[in-house]
Structures are given as structure tokens and as C-alpha cells.
Design a protein around this ligand. Structure first.
Ligand code: TRP
Length: 338
């Protein structure tokens, strides 16, 4: 394929838009997986600051400010910079050179059909004012994936149309200019989306219903205490519903004491435990989970130069790969320098 990768580990690319602190939903949906995968695979995590501009172009400081925060989130949950390269997208200009060439291989109709673009377009109110940059971000994301020659892309269900687009572009390129790209495979997260503290289907910064990995003890307590439970339960001795109840969803996800969870559920169902008692236990569980993460965060907060160095070094490693892909692409497309 594109590179000489004898006895190589399979390569993984994942990424996030740096628009805010990462939260428990990110942890269960992807971070925990990345921490596991880094031992077995050659892993790159892209901090997609240029992609973040596609819907935040009017407040760029939100992005620049969050690059280091997101890197600290990664490092505090156990991403090891020796095993995983943290790559800053904007500092790999070859990705954007690739994007321009790949644009020739995609039709407007294809982009219009992309369910993720459709959904986000609606969510952001871009009906009649859709920026071209936003419209074409699936092509830029395909450049990320193909530029790294990723074998695997771990992603949430919502990202699978992006991956399908990348595969389609890879096939189209290989057919048009000669075989260069591996068709990347999706590694869809098994964990269903974590609901927000308000019970909405998704934990999301824009819905203000998150518990962040950087949450302080005090604010964690406040958030847990105001969490949505069973709306039909008014008195502590009313039988309560456990299914779909965020408090129990979080306990199932974070409390490894299964017996305690089952006991609480049984008592909740029969109306012999107060909401606040369950919440106390959830608070303790989450606080124990976050404590070691906070410790590590404190270290990196005090050593931001080290974090920046980690990003610089990871970006350099990533850029080497993408530059090589770009050289091979130019070659295949007969783009020459004189
Ligand atoms: N679209 C992803 C998100 O919003 C971020 C991303 C950019 C990405 N480039 C990528 C993910 C390449 C996987 C592979 O979270």
C-alpha cells in the first residue's frame, strides 16, 4: 500500500473538535477505548481545530483556547504520549492540500445526502446560509483518515457516514489514479450514548447537561443533586422506574459494585430508597472515578509547556506520515514540481 509497513501494527486515527472540555460521554464513548487500543495499535489522535472552525469560524478563540485543555483531558485519562501521537490538525498543511485534490472525487449530491451534514445543518440553523467549508468537511475528514493511511477509525455511530465517505473517496482515487489507499474500517463503539444529567438522549456541551472530566468535587455534587430521575416519582415511598433513569444509567456505567447497584434498583422499584440516597452513592462513585483524573490534570495544568511539547512532538510524527501520503498522491496524479 501507500507505505512500506513491514511487520507493522495496524494504525488507528481518531479525533475530536476542540470546542470545550471533554465529559463523561466522551470517556465512555471513546476515551476509555483509546486508552486500551494504544497498547495494541499505532494510534494517532487528531485535535481537529480546522474542522472545528467550520461551525465556529466566528469565535476562533473558543477553539485555540481549548486545544491544550483537550490535550490535558487525554493525558489525564491515561493517553500515553509514547504510545499515542497527539496531532494538531492545523499544523499539518498537507491535509488541506489533499482536501483540494479529493474534492474532485466527490459530488455535491453525495455531500447533500450525508446524514451527519444534514443533521448538523439543521441543528445549527444553516438552512439558507450553509458555509462551503462546513458543507465540505466530510472531504477534509476523509483527507485526515486517508492522509494517515489509517486501517481503523474508532467512531461513534454518528460518524459512520463520514467513514463511508472516506471509503468511497479511497475507492474512487484508487480507480482513477492507481491504487494508493487502504479502505479504512470503522470500529463502532459498543457503548450506547450516555444521556445528559437532564435525561436528554445525549450529553453535550451545547445542551449544558454534561459532567466534565475536569469537574470539581463541589460542582460534581451540585450536578448530581439536580440530576433528572424518574419524573413520575414524587414521594420517596412511591415505586420508581429504573429503566431510562439517568441516575441508574450512570451507576451501571461507573459503579463496579454490581451488588450495590442491584440492591438500589430493587429498593427504588419498591419505593424504599430516597432519590437523594441514590444520588449520594452516585456522587461518591463519580467522585472516586474523577479523583485520579483530577490529580493528573493538576500536574499537566502546572506543566503546560510539557503539554505543548507533547503536541508539537506528536504533530511532527503525524506530519511525516501525511507528507509521505501527499508525495505519493502527487506522484499518482502526475502533479510535478520543476
Ligand atoms: N468529526 C470528528 C468529531 O466531530 C472529529 C474528527 C476530525 C475525526 N477528523 C477526524 C474523527 C478523523 C476521526 C477521524 O468528533
Amino acid at each position: 500500500m501507500g507505505e512500506d509497513r513491514k511487520n507493522y501494527k495496524k494504525r488507528i486515527l481518531t479525533g475530536d473538535r476542540p470546542t470545550g472540555h471533554l465529559h463523561l460521554g466522551h470517556y465512555l464513548g471513546s476515551l476509555v477505548n483509546r486508552v486500551k487500543l494504544q497498547d495494541e495499535y499505532e494510534q494517532y489522535i487528531l485535535i481537529a481545530d480546522v474542522q472545528a472552525m467550520t461551525d465556529n469560524f466566528d469565535h476562533p478563540e473558543k477553539i485555540s483556547h481549548n486545544i491544550v485543555n483537550v490535550a490535558i483531558d487525554y493525558l489525564s485519562v491515561g493517553i500515553d504520549p509514547k504510545k499515542t501521537a497527539i496531532v494538531l490538525q492545523s499544523q499539518v498543511p498537507e491535509l488541506f492540500e489533499m482536501t483540494i485534490y479529493l474534492m474532485n472525487l466527490v459530488t455535491v449530491a453525495e455531500l447533500e445526502r450525508n446524514p451527519t451534514v444534514k443533521e448538523e445543518k439543521k441543528k445549527r440553523g444553516f438552512d439558507n446560509s450553509l458555509p462551503v467549508g462546513f458543507f465540505t468537511y466530510p472531504i477534509s475528514q476523509a483527507a485526515d483518515i486517508l492522509g494517515f493511511n489509517a486501517d481503523l477509525v474508532p467512531a461513534g455511530e454518528d460518524q459512520s457516514p463520514m467513514l463511508e465517505q472516506a471509503r468511497e473517496i479511497a475507492r474512487n482515487f484508487n480507480r482513477t489514479y492507481g491504487v494508493l489507499f487502504v479502505e479504512p474500517q470503522a470500529l463502532i463503539s459498543e457503548f450506547p450514548r450516555l444521556v445528559g444529567i437532564d435525561g436528554k438522549e445525549k450529553m453535550s456541551k451545547s445542551l449544558q447537561n454534561t459532567i466534565d472530566l475536569s469537574e470539581s468535587e463541589e460542582s460534581l455534587r451540585k450536578k448530581v443533586m439536580k440530576m433528572y430521575t424518574d419524573p413520575g416519582r414524587i414521594h420517596a415511598d412511591d415505586p420508581g422506574k429504573v429503566e431510562g433513569n439517568p441516575v441508574f444509567i450512570y451507576l451501571d456505567a461507573f459503579n463496579s459494585d454490581l451488588k450495590q447497584n442491584e440492591g438500589l434498583k430493587a429498593r427504588y422499584r419498591e419505593g424504599s430508597v430516597k432519590d437523594v440516597e441514590v444520588k449520594e452513592i452516585l456522587f461518591g462513585t463519580l467522585n472516586n472515578f474523577l479523583e485520579p483524573i483530577r490529580e493528573k490534570r493538576k500536574f499537566y495544568e502546572q506543566n503546560k509547556d510539557l503539554v505543548k511539547e507533547i503536541i508539537r512532538e506528536g504533530t511532527e510524527r503525524g506530519r511525516k506520515i501525511v507528507s509521505k501520503t501527499m508525495r505519493e498522491m502527487r506522484d499518482k496524479m502526475s502533479v510535478k514540481s520543476f
